[in-house]
Design a binder for this molecule. Structure first.
Ligand SMILES: *Cc1c(COP(=O)(O)O)cnc(C)c1O
Length: 428
């Protein structure tokens, strides 16, 4: 199941959209499949991956973690070392480059926690495209560091004030914009979901992760027993697993957000959770967390990137066939894994990736010493300092924040350090 058949992965996937968007999707589909045969496009993408993103990312042997676990060898694929701090840039650069090839002049995106918005804004800055990011008003308020980063990269962040003023409303607004403007505009979806061809396209751009791992393990003679990735929408997982899907081994393990418990609204477990159902939302058929009357249910996770009610259709299908095993890790387990890998490997995992880390520590114990479990560290944890500090060092963090507020009120240097806003393309 390397590619979909007519946009479907068994029972999941499809293109459930209004007629206007169908036209945009059909145009995108043929442009994407053409680009796969276009040597110039592939060369340009390879150059950006190398010099802009900083690929290939290293495959690190986690020696101390392996010793402390007592089982198989643990390796970490360091996607967090990619420019902008996570795997999302692999997809953003690919789609923005494709949009340019299609003659589009404007990029739009939706973002929840802001990570996809930041990656898209950065890719647009690099490739000289105008960028508008839709974000729920509630998220704009909660995620100021990422809003600041998007603006610094030259993007316009549009606060969405409809509905619950969060991610799903931002998606609706982005879809509306795309339907009205697709002649000059491309909509960059941030995970391996949405209507066809997005799941195929996002997986293809992210499969650079798995392709590198395949080469790196072959060169070093590493025998893989299991690959382990966290799973929000599923883009880092499917890209990491991609070259291994049609083989019988290794085990492919996707880790969902177990949150604070198994009750409805306490987690984001779409494959096995109590509120998990098949449904059609935002243009595709898959597994979603839905209420009894079919409304998208609320989710919960300490990691913003896994806190999403849907899952990519290919992951749902491969979960159903059993090729991908699904498990979950709780907030608590993720926080413990962040500390474990920081202290024992000197590597700071993003909270999302720490879910995969936590699951891999259990898997390592089940496999022999000459086999490996590889964790995809989808991102690095610098971005999580506002979430982890109040947990790890609550009193000190509070004192720090109050002191910072005072400093802002008092410090005349800050008020005097005004700077003209530099627009994209301005001579300096
Ligand atoms: C967004 C994000 C995720 C989740 O997205 P997927 O599409 O499931 O990969 C995981 N890790 C990090 C660091 C992220 O920013």
């Amino acid at each position: 199941m390397a590619y979909s058949t007519d946009g479907f992965f068994n029972q999941y996937g499809g293109k459930y959209v209004a007629e206007v968007l169908r036209q945009a999707l059909d145009e995108l589909e043929s442009a994407f499949f053409n680009s796969q045969q276009d040597e110039q496009f592939q060369n340009e993408l390879a150059g950006l991956r190398k010099d802009y993103i900083g690929r290939e990312t290293p495959l690190l042997f986690a020696e101390h973690a392996t010793g402390l676990c007592g089982g198989g060898r643990i390796y970490i694929k360091q996607e967090g070392l990619a420019n902008t701090g996570a795997h999302k840039i692999n997809n953003a650069i690919g789609q923005v480059l494709l949009a340019k090839r299609m003659g589009k002049t404007r990029i739009i995106a939706e973002t929840g926690a802001g990570q996809h918005g930041v990656a898209t804004a950065a890719a647009c800055a690099k490739l000289g495209m105008k960028c508008t990011v839709y974000m729920g008003e509630v998220d704009v308020r909660r995620q100021q560091p990422n809003v600041a980063a998007m603006e610094l990269y030259g993007a316009e962040v549009r606060a969405v004030t409809n509905g619950s003023r969060t991610l799903k409303d931002a998606i609706n607004e982005a879809m509306r914009d795309w339907a009205a403007n697709f002649e000059n505009t491309h909509y960059v979806i941030g995970s391996a979901l949405g209507p066809a061809p997005f799941p195929d396209m996002v997986r293809t751009f992210q499969s650079v992760i798995g392709n590198e791992v395949k080469r790196q393990t072959a060169e070093r003679g590493i025998e893989i027993a299991a690959l382990c990735a966290c799973c929000g929408g599923g883009s880092n997982a499917i890209g990491f697993f991609s070259p291994f899907i049609d083989e019988d081994s290794p085990r492919l393990v996707a880790v969902e957000a177990g949150g604070i418990g198994s009750g409805t609204g306490q987690n984001a477990v779409r494959m096995t959770g109590s509120a998990a159902r098949d449904g059609i939302v935002h243009g595709y058929k898959s597994r979603f967390l839905l209420t009894e009357d079919g409304q998208v249910a609320s989710t919960r996770s300490i990691s913003a990137g896994l806190d999403y009610p849907g899952i990519g259709p290919q992951l749902a299908a491969l979960g159903r066939t059993g090729r991908i095993e699904f498990t979950s890790a709780t907030d608590q387990e993720a926080l413990e894994a962040v500390q474990f890998f920081a202290k024992n490997e000197g590597v700071l995992f993003a909270l999302e990736s720490a879910h995969a880390g936590a699951a891999a520590l259990k898997i390592a114990k089940q496999i022999p010493a000459d086999k490996a479990v590889i964790i995809n560290m989808s991102g690095r944890g610098d971005k999580d300092i506002f979430i982890t500090s109040p947990v790890f060092r609550p009193a000190e963090w509070k004192t720090f924040l109050s002191a910072e507020l005072e400093r802002l009120d008092e410090n005349t240097d800050i008020h005097n350090a005004r700077c003209m806003k530099t627009e994209q393309g301005t001579k300096i």
